[in-house]
Design a protein around this ligand. Sequence first.
Ligand SMILES: [Zn+2]
Length: 340
Amino acid sequence: MTARAEWKVDRRPVSFSFYLTAHACKTNPELARSAVELADAITIAGPKGPETAKRLRDAGLEGPFIFDGTGYAVENVPGPEQWIQQQVIVGAARLLLPGAFIHWDRDSDAALKQTVREQGRIAEDLEAMILLALDVRWVAKRTELVVDALQSTGQPVALVLAHRADPLSEGGAVEGMQRIASRIDSLFQLRSDHGAFGSVVFGAEHASIGLTTTTRHFATAVMRPRRRPGSSPRLFVRPLLDWFLVDDIAGWTAAGSNVVCPLACCHGASLGRFLDPDLDARWHNMNALADFADYILNAEPADRIAIFRNACRDAVTSYGLAGIQGPENPKAQLTSWALL
Ligand SMILES: [Zn+2]
């Protein structure tokens, strides 16, 4: 079990949540129930988040709830005051602003500085967290500028990284998040993959992890995210610390222990069985992510960096093994964490 976060500002325990859309919670309340069971909180995405939380609460699910209004992506989010009020009514664990997007601009940092300043002022007035979706190139290429701008507001910040596929695959992004997490007093990373646990070991307070390709990062319409049509579900493979298509996993005929899940979700069965479309892979994915979160977040704070880095290094050595028809190359994000 994960240690329950107490959400005390003075103690600031680290914690994680699953990041689910309001639509997913509405159509599948069991998913929300599983999220609260396995994590410290649930982050509900979209303007209908508070309404959805009320419905879940009426059905007996206590939360804690965090809300990503996704104002960086959609138009129909209420204004800041009204949005904060909606979160207060349903007892949100933390209050977040609706959210703003910052486009990449190679030639000028004016828009970044201005948006951060404006959002910082609103956050201060409403005693809320700033919520920013950032084109990841700001993090990767202009890290110091981002740190200075965020620090100058003196407000807590929730970040969503934007990229067409995997934000932390961008050269310098892992190192950038490491520096931002270690220097911003109160930082949440929302709508992320397991890379947000890396931010937590370096000083972030909270990681909110998505279960689908569209909830593990943000992509603008212009970024045109890649999709593999008609593909099989993706599974989080705990020893390899990455997501893989079931089709691919089933082809790793000699990959041995990497494709067997010893956790309570699978009881030692092979992950290849999820080729069966009647089996729901989400319970496995949530358990595998929660197991990794327990391992990292429950470690002594002074040991967390080494434990996380070693887990990444161990994972890297499981790729490309001679004589084994298994996964070939670790992704750039994993090798970046392993090298830190
Ligand atoms: Zn499993």
